[in-house]
Design a protein around this ligand. Sequence first.
Ligand code: GLN
Length: 239
Amino acid sequence: MTVKIVSLFPDVLGTYGDHGNARILAHLVRLAGRTCELTAVGINDVVPLDGDLYLLGGGEDGPQALAARRLADGSPLHRVVERNRPILAVCAGYQVLGRSFVAEGTTLPGLGLLPIDSVRGRARMVGEVLMTPFAPIGQSLMTGFENHGGQTILDSDCQPLGRVYRGAGNGGDGHDGIVHGSIVGSYLHGPILARNPGLALWLLSRIGVDVSDVPAHHWRLYEERVRASEGALWTRRRA
Ligand code: GLN
């Protein structure tokens, strides 16, 4: 059966190239010998409800508020979650799935699908992130690039995506992201699935797509960014 990947609003939440996550997943699905339909849903399009896996990316505050309003209308993602379909939400997309976030100078309601609130951080968080994932993604480390003013606070019983060694991630608790039911949230751009193929494979395994033969070059960027990040950490500790 065709695997349906749905990339939500890359026209407004595409500032950081996060639509690349959808393209990587589609490529891996085809490597697994399956057919894949990749739908890029524009901000004025109807959100399809029959997707297998959904993606939301990052963007500036205005487009983020627009995306939240759009997704509140008819609650398509609530129905996706009821069907237990995975959603990968990055940065602005991650904040939008929570209870509240700050944009346009005020606190706005999110979709309430994640037990998190995002507030304004003390300073903008920009740069490389190095962390260890808690989820069994077959990588001891994860890397990405962050650029956000929002700081995200998880309810105390939540499972973060990873523990941060370099960078801010959620911005206050030494962690990045969340794994909550079928939703994975993170601040990492890169795109995150280009930098962390293990996360892409893990997400696909959750919809029954097993990619056994991943060419070695898929791991080159991961290895290169881990070396660069670890090198920077090492230099800083010595200094
Ligand atoms: N606008 C949000 C913030 O600054 C998200 C930014 C992003 O998606 N990179 O916190």
